[in-house]
Design a protein around this ligand. Structure first.
Ligand code: AR6
Length: 167
């Protein structure tokens, strides 16, 4: 697997699938989630609504992943995953690792060869970037997947530098 880091906006990435740092409602939010729905258009939310009306009536559990269309985005699919909120009293790193492995598992079922990830949980959910980078890189490296390219799309220079140092 080819592992690459880029600094930029995930909504502009040309990859088979981009991953959304969603919340369990799948109804949108701020950060990456807001940007994906805003630029991808209403088709994404339409499919999310269907998922909530069917298989995920109670919402998408933390650490799980599900795919929808990418609407108007250059990617073909959006894989929505729900990162854990960072906690100082509880170790939730297995749930954060699961976001990456479950997203790659979903990518395999779609036949997606290239997948772009944001730094899940490092924004509104408060996970320290360095620890999140360690968990993300380890999870992707150890994943049993047919995906041939994983790209981490880091929003700012500091996040990029942190991932680069970990890599
Ligand atoms: N492209 C790439 N990375 C981005 C972009 C972008 N367009 N925008 C922000 N980031 P966050 P979370 C970075 O908050 O912490 C939403 O409301 C950002 O700098 O998007 O998992 C959801 O609905 C940070 O490093 O996701 C949930 O309620 C990283 O992406 C909640 O936020 C993740 O930040 C999820 O919080």
């Amino acid at each position: 697997m080819k592992l690459t880091l880029v600094q930029g906006d995930i909504t502009q990435q040309r990859a088979d699938a981009i991953v959304n740092a969603a919340n369990s409602s799948l109804m949108g939010g701020g950060g990456v989630d807001g940007a994906i729905h805003r630029r991808g258009g209403p088709e994404i939310l339409e499919e999310c609504r269907k998922l909530r009306a069917g298989q995920y009536g109670k919402g998408l559990p933390t650490g799980r992943a599900v795919a929808t269309t990418a609407g108007r985005l250059p990617a073909r699919w959006v894989i929505h995953t729900v990162g854990p909120v960072h906690s100082r009293s509880e170790d939730r790193s297995a749930l954060l690792a699961s976001c990456y492995t479950e997203s790659l598992r979903v990518a395999d079922t779609l036949g997606a060869a290239s997948v772009a990830f944001p730094a899940i949980s490092t924004g509104i959910y408060g996970w320290p970037m360095d620890d999140a980078a360690r968990i993300a890189l380890e999870a992707v490296r150890q994943a049993d997947t047919a995906v041939t390219e994983v790209r981490f799309v880091l929003f700012d220079a500091a996040a990029y530098a942190t991932f680069e140092a970990r890599l």
